[in-house]
Design a protein around this ligand. Sequence first.
Ligand SMILES: Nc1nc2c(ncn2[C@@H]2O[C@H](COP(=O)(O)OP(=O)(O)OP(=O)(O)O)[C@@H](O)[C@H]2O)c(=O)[nH]1
Ligand SMILES: [Mg+2]
Length: 285
Amino acid sequence: MNENKTNINWYPGHMAKTRKEISNIISNVDVIIEVIDSRIPYSSRIPDLKKLINNKNSIIVFNKYDLCDKDETSKWIQKYKEEGSIIVTSDTKNTNDYKKVIEEVKKLMISVNEKRKLKGLLPKKAKSLVIGVPNVGKSTLINRLVGKNILGIGNKPGVTKNLNTIKINEYMDLVDTPGILWPKFEDRNVALNLASMTIIKEEILPITDVAIHILEELNKFYPSILEKEFGIKTYNNDEIEECFIKISKYKNIPIKDEVDYEKISLLIINSIKQEKIKGITFDRF
Ligand SMILES: Nc1nc2c(ncn2[C@@H]2O[C@H](COP(=O)(O)OP(=O)(O)OP(=O)(O)O)[C@@H](O)[C@H]2O)c(=O)[nH]1
Ligand SMILES: [Mg+2]
């Protein structure tokens, strides 16, 4: 089960292209809407974002808020607020939380336009750009903002590849295709968090490593989920093989010569992907 494949320096070519495109159009953008996954408020942020957006007004959307551990995630919200960020929490898939994003853009533009007025300039419409790492819900947010389905949405990274523009209302325009940017890869723990939330593709890291990471995080922070979902009580790290055996039995997966590590690993990963496991936040500080 120890495939030694930690090729975490991977990213698709179109992401490098997007970064270049974003830095080209950034001077025409008024508000950056950075979408992140509320379950990993650190790991799902774009590295070097400040450098890329060059002091533009920005809003951080804590998306998939319905899936996070609200107590833990609120610590990150507090931290980012203290650093001066504007935060919106959103369950974009199931609610009208996207309206909070429109409200924040409106508020930002009121202050921008007050300053313009003092200089004798006419009010300006906010040109907004949604950006984020793969699979955090950028297309879902854009579709809600626009009010119709305009982009391919799927629970796998790398669906969106081009850039266009669209009008939202009288005070807000949107670059209709999000900027997909590559996440932080350097730190192995971050990469495993990203893989746990399907932000980097399963092929990038060995699935058993991702599954073990998920079990470890549940073991540390959410033992009741570990027990309910997989039938295991808190364990020591040297008992991981034992855990896979117990999960096989709990899930009625036959053990032939040895445990089907791949099958169990996929089952663990899918339990998060398919939202069977909710109320988790893996980033801590
Ligand atoms: N539970 C939950 N699921 C969400 C939310 N927002 C989006 N999703 C789901 O997350 C998956 C990814 O959403 P997308 O909108 O395609 O994400 P994206 O950021 O555009 O992904 P890429 O284009 O691949 O970068 C889809 O299955 C959505 O239905 C949310 O707030 N809560
Ligand atoms: Mg998309």
